[in-house]
Design a protein around this ligand. Structure first.
Ligand SMILES: Cc1cc2nc3c(=O)[nH]c(=O)nc-3n(C[C@H](O)[C@H](O)[C@H](O)COP(=O)(O)OP(=O)(O)OC[C@H]3O[C@@H](n4cnc5c(N)ncnc54)[C@H](O)[C@@H]3O)c2cc1C
Ligand SMILES: NC(=O)c1ccc[n+]([C@@H]2O[C@H](COP(=O)([O-])OP(=O)(O)OC[C@H]3O[C@@H](n4cnc5c(N)ncnc54)[C@H](OP(=O)(O)O)[C@@H]3O)[C@@H](O)[C@H]2O)c1
Length: 674
């Protein structure tokens, strides 16, 4: 594969040196007292910048991918003529979603001995995020050696420290081949309904291709960043030029590929709306290739050093079995403050670990009194953000443009970004930054272009880098209805909030597993979390097979205990998020008062799952011989009693099909972004 154009020159190989002077590893008490800046002035500036951007319409400012804007979500890579006969067959495990979550579920189930596995995806191939997002410059932002899963199993070492999207997509396909997941996969197929058949103890899975597939187990891994989001800009539909969303890049129009070379834009004036993690990667290519590029910014991202480099072959040759798990776990420990002697990855994430506590809770700093901890974190945060702002000033030549590119908020208010090319692009004469903070974003669109502050910018093409509806795909948005025992609707059953054990399964919905950051713990390396979840689910399924369980279903008591414990211990992140500029991390400036994140963090959560499996936890979920609520009856192969069957009926009779998913989606969003 050719080297990505955006990659800088090679330097040394991945370091394993601990960075003892970074905020990630310095105890807050040891922080320098002589600050050299005025914290109160910074606090005031942050508040002013937040207030400038707050919109009363919050999330309602956006439009989803449905209705008249449905074409924004069309698949540019699929064969539009594809047809096939509907399937009316049976598989043991059906996985919805062919991204890394679905692939990991398939792989781990295969390793657990399940032979009949079908993965279904709307896309025409595996990859999920990396299938849909192929925009120029796309790379992972977590080190590829720990982000790309199953490297040792597949026998691959990424070519770059931060791999380009196409390499990641090809790896997803390699996982599909390695674990035989292509054999039974259905692509270009959307699952439209799940319905439990109690008599047969299996799910009936309906799709938009007329399939009615029976499956004993269903794993849902439909992603948290998979539904296109457009800004509700007045007049958006009147624009006569070309438009598309970054997750459906139109290379037929721009020319080139994900490595750049967008020759089709040489005579085009291009508008890019949005300056989040996607835009940071796209802008250098658009700046290089468009006749003129206008970047419409509402809130600048933090842009730290990337330092991408090719993999050192000697380092790759030195890797010993188990290296990837060790490296993933080391990263997770470092970024969540769990004591460890070394920092193997040693990058922008590990050096800012202390600041991530506001997104990923941890119990690592409990020994420091809360008030002191807060004060110290804030100072580390100010220092980090001062560094980020100083970088803007040192790179961007025009002082006015540099001023607009400086972010004024705390580090974890938005997903941090890393680039050695983004800020530099604003030194090009053909690139203009248009600040839209005072108008709460792009004001309106006309036939000819984009209007901000009364000025119309005439362009040939508008590209929306405006992100995704978060945390609400599929089951949680109501887009994929689920009817469990007795026809009970899942969202109806969750009308006062999700009820799960460990976030994975729910009483009344046997043999159904949800992967994702719901009522459990997340991490900035989301794929690591997905792997732990997939491994857990596969082991539970293996336990069910071994014990010949009738189905897997948590007892009501076990899920009540889990949710109560989560709520009781949940960290209070409200104050932090309320001070942030609006964005999807804080529900567009309307943070929720409660959250359901696992307070002790992902390292402790993964340990909890391992302990649970090793010490009889399965008793809470394996149901044998017709019982649904008694843990004691599970696993023991006790005979089915009519009382137990009665309770099963009762559980099913409280159906409230059609209840709104909004409250559930809101709860689900709390844990979404890692
Ligand atoms: C551009 C981009 C870059 C990212 N980079 C990073 C990174 O560097 N590091 C990191 O940790 N995270 C990153 N993320 C987050 C990324 O989404 C996760 O890391 C991970 O890939 C998610 O995997 P998933 O399987 O959960 O979801 P996805 O990859 O989103 O896969 C879900 C799949 O489900 C399918 N689907 C949904 N509904 C249905 C249905 N009803 N029927 C059939 N199929 C359905 C979708 O088509 C999709 O293919 C990035 C996200 C984006 C958008
Ligand atoms: N590997 C990677 O590095 C990578 C790359 C891409 C994406 N991702 C993941 O995907 C997530 C989504 O990233 P994303 O960049 O696609 O989306 P995003 O972070 O949600 O960014 C959307 C951008 O659009 C802007 N915007 C929205 N409405 C607007 C309007 N009306 N006018 C002007 N600007 C408007 C937003 O401004 P405001 O900030 O003011 O709302 C924001 O800058 C990331 O957070 C990350 O988790 C990772």
């Amino acid at each position: 594969m050719p080297a990505p154009q955006s990659a800088p020159q090679p330097s040394s190989q991945p370091s394993s040196q601990p960075s003892s002077t970074t905020p990630g590893t310095t105890d807050p008490q040891d922080l320098a007292q002589d600050l050299g800046f005025d914290p109160e002035a910074l606090r005031a500036r942050y508040r002013a910048e937040r207030d400038r951007r707050i919109r009363p319409d919050g999330n309602a400012q956006y439009r989803g991918e449905g209705g008249e804007f449905g074409y924004y979500a069309d698949d540019p890579y699929a064969d539009p003529e594809f047809t096939r006969e509907p399937l009316h067959d049976r598989v043991e495990a059906l996985v919805i979603g062919g991204g890394f979550g679905g692939l990991l579920a398939g792989a781990r189930l295969r390793q657990a001995g399940v032979t009949s596995i079908r993965v279904i995806d709307k896309g025409a191939d595996f990859g999920g995020t990396w299938y849909w997002n192929r925009y120029p410059g796309i790379h992972c932002d977590i080190e590829s050696y720990i982000y790309m899963p199953l490297l040792e199993e597949v026998g691959y070492v990424p070519k770059w420290r931060y791999a380009p999207g196409e390499e990641i997509r090809q790896h997803a396909r390699a996982i599909g081949r390695h674990f035989g997941l292509y054999d039974d996969a259905c692509f270009q197929t959307a699952v439209t309904e799940l319905r439990w058949d109690e008599d047969a103890s299996e799910w009936i899975v309906s799709t938009d291709r007329g399939d009615r597939i029976r499956a004993r187990y269903v794993v849902v891994s439909t992603g948290t960043l998979s539904q296109v989001k457009l800004p509700g800009i007045p007049g958006i539909e009147t624009f006569k030029g070309h438009t598309f969303h970054t997750s459906r890049w139109d290379y037929a129009y721009t020319g080139g590929d994900a490595d750049g070379g967008l020759t089709g834009l040489a005579d085009k004036r291009v508008a890019l709306v949005g300056t989040g993690a996607t835009a940071i990667q796209v802008v250098p290519h658009l700046g290089r290739d468009a006749q003129h590029l206008y970047v419409f910014q509402r809130t600048p991202s933090t842009v730290d050093v990337r330092d991408n480099r090719p993999t050192d072959p000697e380092w790759a040759a030195s890797l010993r079995p188990g290296w990837q798990r060790h490296r993933m776990e080391n990263f997770l420990k470092v970024v969540t403050g769990v004591r460890t002697d070394e920092d193997l990855v040693n990058d922008g994430w590990t050096s800012s670990a202390r600041l991530q506590e506001k997104m990923i809770p941890t119990n690592a700093y409990e020994h420091i009194p809360a008030e002191e901890r807060e004060r110290a974190y804030e100072i580390v945060d100010f220092q980090k953000m001062n560094e980020i702002r100083a970088r803007v000033e040192s790179v961007v030549e025009d002082p006015e443009t540099a001023e607009k590119l400086k972010p004024w908020y705390r580090y974890m208010c938005k997903r941090p970004t890393f680039s050695d090319h983004y800020l530099q692009t604003f030194n090009r004469p053909n690139v203009t930054l248009v600040d839209t903070a005072d108008t709460h974003g792009v004001e309106r669109m006309t036939e000819n272009g984009v209007v901000v502050g009364g000025t119309e910018y005439e362009v040939d093409c508008v590209i929306f880098a405006t992100g995704f509806e978060t945390g609400v795909s599929g089951v949680l948005s109501g887009g994929l209805p689920v009817y469990g025992r007795g026809g009970e609707n899942l969202l109806g059953s969750w009308r006062y909030g999700p009820k799960t054990l460990h976030g994975f399964y729910s009483h009344g919905f046997p043999n159904l597993f949800l992967l994702g950051p719901l009522q459990n713990a997340a991490s900035v390396n989301f794929v690591h979390v997905l792997d732990e979840q997939a491994t857990h689910v596969a082991e539970v399924v293996a336990g069910a097979r071994e014990h010949r369980a009738r189905y897997v279903e948590p007892t009501p008591e076990s899920q009540e205990d889990w949710v109560a414990a989560l709520r009781e211990n949940a960290p209070d992140l409200y104050a932090f998020h309320a001070e942030c500029t609006p964005g999807y991390y804080n529900n567009e400036g309307k943070p929720r008062e409660s959250n359901e994140r696992y307070a002790d963090g992902p390292v402790a959560f993964h340990e909890l799952l391992r302990d649970w499996r090793a010490n009889g936890g399965m008793n809470d979920v394996l149901v044998t011989a017709g019982t649904t609520s008694s843990a004691a009856a599970a696993v023991s192969e006790a005979s089915g009693s009519s009382e137990a069957a009665g309770s099963s009926e009762a559980a099913g009779s409280s159906g409230t099909a059609g209840a709104s998913g909004t409250a559930v989606a809101a709860k689900a969003k709390e844990g979404e972004d890692a």
